[in-house]
Design a protein around this ligand. Structure first.
Ligand SMILES: NC(=O)C1=CN([C@@H]2O[C@H](COP(=O)(O)OP(=O)(O)OC[C@H]3O[C@@H](n4cnc5c(N)ncnc54)[C@H](OP(=O)(O)O)[C@@H]3O)[C@@H](O)[C@H]2O)C=CC1
Ligand SMILES: O=C(O)C1=N[C@H](C(=O)O)C[C@H](O)C1
Length: 269
């Protein structure tokens, strides 16, 4: 006997990512689009979410609120403020949520942790499988090179589209935290200019490139004396993030409340 289709609400549904999630939900097996949410001033309110995504009619208009939509899980690709609003609704409605939005402040991150005491939350700066595998590889490289003679300088370079509002990317920051957790650097250097002098050993360099319509690239460099190890991961379309978020929402349904990661969804932990 097949289970009934999973009913997903997409928050930030008119955005670059929201549209790809709507398209992914429309294409996925045993999943339906239950609601397509955006903010109250969105010029897209009332427009069919599937039409907006270029996929033909979904029969679901972009709305500001859930209304009487029956949902099993929410996927959020919006803004930090928008996320806080939808978290409140998820707690009220006891709905699991996959949170993709990056650039959260410390207090917004606290709000995510508090909500995770009531509902299951998969929180991932990247829902891409390749990126999450690269995170595992980075942890392995950091452990192997921690005590390499002469030391290893870690520099993280990310490239994204010109419209991206936060920098460095949430993914680059996560890569930096992974490296710091293993190697123990005490400082993040966000770009360099002027005459900073010789590179101190205990820093991780972070560099945010913004160019054209790049959907996301990350390189983690371990620079040693005589050789460099580079772990690089490049997105080609936004569908890797969209499909990962749908897998995460599916995985979250029926879990106990808690803050989960994409490594758990992918079985990488
Ligand atoms: N974790 C992951 O795998 C990934 C995460 N991201 C992150 O997802 C987020 C969205 O990215 P992207 O789709 O490119 O951005 P967009 O700006 O294209 O989309 C954001 C959407 O949210 C809407 N919005 C703005 N304010 C609110 C609000 N208060 N409540 C609800 N909706 C709101 C926007 O409307 P309007 O345009 O009218 O302002 C827009 O429709 C970013 O933080 C990005 O870093 C992106 C890709 C992958
Ligand atoms: O804004 C984007 O586009 C992306 N944002 C995420 C981030 O900040 O890490 C993930 C992905 O790289 C695309």
């Amino acid at each position: 006997m097949t289970s009934p289709p999973l009913r997903i609400a997409v928050h930030g549904a008119s955005g670059r990512m929201g549209r790809r999630v709507v398209a992914g939900v429309m294409a996925a097996e045993n999943v339906t689009l239950a609601a397509a949410l955006d903010h109250s001033d969105s010029p897209h309110l009332g427009v069919d979410a599937g039409e907006l995504a270029g996929e033909g009619p979904a029969g679901v208009p972009i709305t500001e609120r859930f209304g009487d939509a029956q949902c099993d899980a929410v996927i959020d690709f919006s803004t930090p403020d928008g996320l806080i609003g939808v978290l409140t609704s998820c707690v009220k409605r006891n709905l699991p949520i996959a949170v993709a939005t990056t650039g959260l402040s410390d207090s917004q991150m606290d709000a995510v942790r508090t909500a995770a005491e009531s509902v299951p939350i998969v929180f991932a700066p990247s829902f891409s499988t390749a990126v999450n595998v690269a995170m595992r590889l980075t942890a392995i490289a950091a452990a192997a090179l921690k005590d390499v003679p002469g030391g290893a300088d870690v520099e993280i370079v990310e490239r994204h589209h010109r419209y991206k509002e936060d920098a460095p990317s949430g993914t680059a920051l996560r890569f930096a935290e992974i490296v710091r957790g293993v190697m123990g650097q005490d400082e993040f250097a966000h770009g360099r200019s002027g005459r900073p002098g010789a590179r101190p050993h205990g820093e991780i360099g972070l560099h945010a490139v913004r160019e054209g319509d790049n959907v996301g690239e990350h390189s983690i460099l371990f620079g040693m004396l005589g050789e460099t190890l580079e772990i690089a991961v490049r997105g080609r379309t936004r569908d890797s993030y969209a499909n990962g978020s749908i897998a995460a929402a599916r995985w979250a349904v029926g879990r106990p409340p808690g803050l989960y990661g994409m490594d758990e969804v992918l079985g990488l932990k």
